[in-house]
Design a protein around this ligand. Structure first.
Ligand code: DX5
Ligand code: ZN
Length: 212
Protein backbone atom coordinates (compact mmCIF):
# COMPACT_ATOMS: atom_id res chain seq x y z
CA UNK A 1 0.00 0.00 0.00
CA UNK A 2 1.36 3.40 -1.00
CA UNK A 3 0.75 6.39 1.26
CA UNK A 4 0.37 9.96 0.01
CA UNK A 5 0.26 12.40 2.94
CA UNK A 6 -1.77 15.51 2.13
CA UNK A 7 0.23 18.61 3.03
CA UNK A 8 -3.04 20.52 3.42
CA UNK A 9 -2.87 19.51 7.09
CA UNK A 10 0.81 20.44 7.51
CA UNK A 11 2.02 23.56 9.33
CA UNK A 12 2.22 26.12 6.50
CA UNK A 13 4.46 28.33 8.63
CA UNK A 14 7.24 25.79 8.04
CA UNK A 15 6.04 24.11 4.88
CA UNK A 16 9.42 23.15 3.39
CA UNK A 17 10.49 21.62 6.69
CA UNK A 18 7.23 19.65 6.95
CA UNK A 19 7.70 18.32 3.40
CA UNK A 20 11.26 17.17 4.16
CA UNK A 21 10.20 15.47 7.39
CA UNK A 22 7.23 13.68 5.80
CA UNK A 23 9.44 12.41 2.93
CA UNK A 24 11.89 10.97 5.47
CA UNK A 25 9.01 9.48 7.44
CA UNK A 26 8.19 7.17 4.52
CA UNK A 27 5.72 9.03 2.29
CA UNK A 28 5.52 7.55 -1.22
CA UNK A 29 4.01 10.68 -2.79
CA UNK A 30 3.22 14.18 -1.56
CA UNK A 31 -0.49 14.85 -2.13
CA UNK A 32 -1.06 18.51 -3.03
CA UNK A 33 -4.61 19.88 -2.81
CA UNK A 34 -5.15 22.81 -5.16
CA UNK A 35 -8.45 24.63 -4.48
CA UNK A 36 -9.70 27.73 -6.29
CA UNK A 37 -12.52 29.05 -4.06
CA UNK A 38 -15.06 28.24 -6.85
CA UNK A 39 -15.25 24.46 -7.31
CA UNK A 40 -14.87 24.16 -3.54
CA UNK A 41 -15.43 26.78 -0.81
CA UNK A 42 -11.74 27.03 0.11
CA UNK A 43 -8.49 28.24 -1.43
CA UNK A 44 -5.07 26.71 -1.01
CA UNK A 45 -1.87 26.81 -3.04
CA UNK A 46 -0.89 28.70 -6.17
CA UNK A 47 1.88 27.45 -8.45
CA UNK A 48 4.63 29.36 -6.60
CA UNK A 49 3.88 27.57 -3.33
CA UNK A 50 3.56 24.19 -5.05
CA UNK A 51 6.92 24.81 -6.71
CA UNK A 52 8.45 25.42 -3.27
CA UNK A 53 6.90 22.15 -2.07
CA UNK A 54 8.36 20.35 -5.08
CA UNK A 55 11.83 21.76 -4.39
CA UNK A 56 11.69 20.58 -0.76
CA UNK A 57 10.38 17.13 -1.69
CA UNK A 58 12.42 14.03 -2.44
CA UNK A 59 9.20 12.22 -3.43
CA UNK A 60 7.00 12.73 -6.51
CA UNK A 61 4.02 15.08 -6.22
CA UNK A 62 0.41 14.00 -6.66
CA UNK A 63 -1.59 17.14 -7.52
CA UNK A 64 -5.34 17.01 -6.88
CA UNK A 65 -7.15 19.86 -8.64
CA UNK A 66 -10.39 21.00 -7.04
CA UNK A 67 -10.88 23.83 -9.50
CA UNK A 68 -12.98 25.21 -12.32
CA UNK A 69 -11.33 25.93 -15.69
CA UNK A 70 -9.14 22.82 -15.44
CA UNK A 71 -7.14 23.26 -18.71
CA UNK A 72 -5.94 26.67 -17.51
CA UNK A 73 -4.70 25.14 -14.24
CA UNK A 74 -2.97 22.26 -16.05
CA UNK A 75 -0.95 24.75 -18.10
CA UNK A 76 -0.17 26.81 -15.01
CA UNK A 77 1.19 23.91 -12.87
CA UNK A 78 2.69 21.56 -15.52
CA UNK A 79 6.22 23.03 -15.31
CA UNK A 80 6.42 21.74 -11.71
CA UNK A 81 6.47 18.22 -13.20
CA UNK A 82 4.34 16.29 -10.71
CA UNK A 83 3.97 12.52 -11.14
CA UNK A 84 0.16 12.82 -11.28
CA UNK A 85 -2.44 15.47 -11.99
CA UNK A 86 -5.99 14.46 -11.12
CA UNK A 87 -9.12 16.50 -11.84
CA UNK A 88 -12.83 16.18 -11.04
CA UNK A 89 -15.04 14.74 -13.77
CA UNK A 90 -17.99 16.65 -12.27
CA UNK A 91 -16.35 19.82 -13.58
CA UNK A 92 -15.09 18.86 -17.05
CA UNK A 93 -17.13 18.45 -20.25
CA UNK A 94 -14.17 17.38 -22.40
CA UNK A 95 -12.50 14.75 -20.27
CA UNK A 96 -10.46 13.04 -23.02
CA UNK A 97 -9.06 16.36 -24.18
CA UNK A 98 -7.80 17.25 -20.69
CA UNK A 99 -6.30 13.77 -20.23
CA UNK A 100 -4.38 14.27 -23.47
CA UNK A 101 -3.33 17.77 -22.41
CA UNK A 102 -1.83 16.31 -19.20
CA UNK A 103 -0.10 13.46 -21.09
CA UNK A 104 1.44 15.95 -23.52
CA UNK A 105 3.39 17.30 -20.54
CA UNK A 106 4.58 13.76 -19.67
CA UNK A 107 2.49 13.80 -16.50
CA UNK A 108 0.30 10.85 -15.54
CA UNK A 109 -3.40 11.81 -15.64
CA UNK A 110 -6.15 10.74 -13.28
CA UNK A 111 -9.80 11.58 -12.71
CA UNK A 112 -11.53 12.20 -9.38
CA UNK A 113 -15.05 11.26 -8.31
CA UNK A 114 -16.93 12.96 -5.49
CA UNK A 115 -18.62 10.59 -3.01
CA UNK A 116 -22.00 10.85 -4.80
CA UNK A 117 -20.65 10.44 -8.35
CA UNK A 118 -21.16 6.89 -9.65
CA UNK A 119 -18.34 4.63 -10.89
CA UNK A 120 -20.46 3.87 -13.98
CA UNK A 121 -19.47 7.28 -15.41
CA UNK A 122 -15.95 5.91 -15.83
CA UNK A 123 -16.88 3.13 -18.26
CA UNK A 124 -15.54 4.92 -21.35
CA UNK A 125 -12.68 6.76 -19.68
CA UNK A 126 -11.07 4.29 -17.29
CA UNK A 127 -8.82 2.82 -20.00
CA UNK A 128 -7.34 6.25 -20.73
CA UNK A 129 -6.16 7.25 -17.25
CA UNK A 130 -3.37 6.00 -14.97
CA UNK A 131 -5.29 6.63 -11.77
CA UNK A 132 -8.79 7.15 -10.39
CA UNK A 133 -9.13 9.05 -7.14
CA UNK A 134 -12.26 8.22 -5.16
CA UNK A 135 -13.23 10.89 -2.63
CA UNK A 136 -14.39 9.61 0.74
CA UNK A 137 -15.39 13.12 1.88
CA UNK A 138 -16.81 16.07 -0.03
CA UNK A 139 -13.70 17.97 -1.11
CA UNK A 140 -12.68 21.31 0.33
CA UNK A 141 -11.27 20.70 3.78
CA UNK A 142 -9.06 18.37 5.76
CA UNK A 143 -10.27 16.65 8.89
CA UNK A 144 -13.75 15.61 7.71
CA UNK A 145 -15.56 12.38 8.51
CA UNK A 146 -15.02 9.33 6.28
CA UNK A 147 -18.03 8.35 4.11
CA UNK A 148 -18.12 4.52 4.17
CA UNK A 149 -19.98 4.01 0.84
CA UNK A 150 -16.60 4.51 -0.87
CA UNK A 151 -15.78 0.89 0.05
CA UNK A 152 -18.39 -0.43 -2.40
CA UNK A 153 -17.19 2.05 -5.01
CA UNK A 154 -13.61 0.76 -4.74
CA UNK A 155 -14.83 -2.81 -5.29
CA UNK A 156 -16.94 -1.77 -8.27
CA UNK A 157 -14.06 0.20 -9.78
CA UNK A 158 -11.65 -2.72 -9.28
CA UNK A 159 -14.05 -4.95 -11.24
CA UNK A 160 -14.25 -2.41 -14.05
CA UNK A 161 -10.47 -1.98 -14.06
CA UNK A 162 -9.89 -5.74 -14.36
CA UNK A 163 -11.88 -5.63 -17.61
CA UNK A 164 -10.71 -2.33 -19.04
CA UNK A 165 -7.42 -1.22 -17.44
CA UNK A 166 -5.61 -3.80 -15.26
CA UNK A 167 -2.82 -1.32 -14.45
CA UNK A 168 -5.18 1.30 -13.06
CA UNK A 169 -4.20 2.79 -9.70
CA UNK A 170 -7.04 3.40 -7.26
CA UNK A 171 -6.47 6.18 -4.75
CA UNK A 172 -8.77 7.10 -1.85
CA UNK A 173 -8.87 10.55 -0.22
CA UNK A 174 -10.69 11.90 2.84
CA UNK A 175 -11.00 10.83 6.45
CA UNK A 176 -8.49 7.99 6.03
CA UNK A 177 -7.15 6.67 9.34
CA UNK A 178 -5.81 3.50 10.98
CA UNK A 179 -9.39 2.25 11.52
CA UNK A 180 -10.52 2.23 7.88
CA UNK A 181 -7.17 1.68 6.08
CA UNK A 182 -7.43 -2.11 6.22
CA UNK A 183 -10.94 -2.09 4.73
CA UNK A 184 -9.76 0.19 1.94
CA UNK A 185 -6.86 -2.11 1.19
CA UNK A 186 -9.08 -5.20 1.14
CA UNK A 187 -11.55 -3.45 -1.16
CA UNK A 188 -8.76 -2.83 -3.70
CA UNK A 189 -7.17 0.57 -3.05
CA UNK A 190 -3.52 1.09 -4.10
CA UNK A 191 -2.80 4.54 -2.65
CA UNK A 192 -4.22 6.14 0.49
CA UNK A 193 -4.19 9.90 0.96
CA UNK A 194 -4.09 11.01 4.58
CA UNK A 195 -3.94 14.56 5.87
CA UNK A 196 -4.98 15.12 9.46
CA UNK A 197 -4.36 11.53 10.56
CA UNK A 198 -0.66 11.87 9.71
CA UNK A 199 0.03 15.56 10.39
CA UNK A 200 -1.94 15.75 13.65
CA UNK A 201 -0.08 12.75 15.03
CA UNK A 202 3.10 13.27 17.02
CA UNK A 203 5.01 10.58 15.10
CA UNK A 204 4.60 10.86 11.31
CA UNK A 205 6.55 7.69 10.64
CA UNK A 206 4.44 5.61 12.99
CA UNK A 207 1.24 7.10 11.54
CA UNK A 208 2.29 6.23 7.97
CA UNK A 209 3.27 2.70 9.00
CA UNK A 210 -0.05 2.14 10.75
CA UNK A 211 -1.86 2.96 7.47
CA UNK A 212 0.28 0.59 5.47
C1 DX5 B 1 -10.05 17.23 0.85
C2 DX5 B 1 -8.68 16.97 0.27
C3 DX5 B 1 -7.94 15.97 1.02
C4 DX5 B 1 -7.65 16.32 2.46
C5 DX5 B 1 -7.66 15.06 3.23
O1 DX5 B 1 -10.71 18.12 0.02
O2 DX5 B 1 -8.80 16.52 -1.06
O3 DX5 B 1 -6.74 15.57 0.34
O4 DX5 B 1 -6.43 17.00 2.64
O5 DX5 B 1 -7.55 15.36 4.58
P1 DX5 B 1 -8.00 14.32 5.70
O6 DX5 B 1 -7.14 13.11 5.56
O7 DX5 B 1 -7.77 15.07 6.98
O8 DX5 B 1 -9.45 14.02 5.47
ZN1 ZN C 1 -6.96 15.64 -2.01
Amino acid sequence: MKIAPSILSADFGKLAEEVKVICNAGADFIHVDVMDGHFVPNMTMGPMIVEAVSKASTKPLDIHFMVENIPFFVDMYAHIKPEFITFHIEEEKHINRVIQQIRNYDIRPGVVLNPATPVSLLEYIVADVDMVLLMSVNPGFGGQKFIPSVIDKIKELRELAIKKNPNLLIEVDGGVNDKNAKLLKEAGADILVAGSFVFKSNDYKKAIESLR
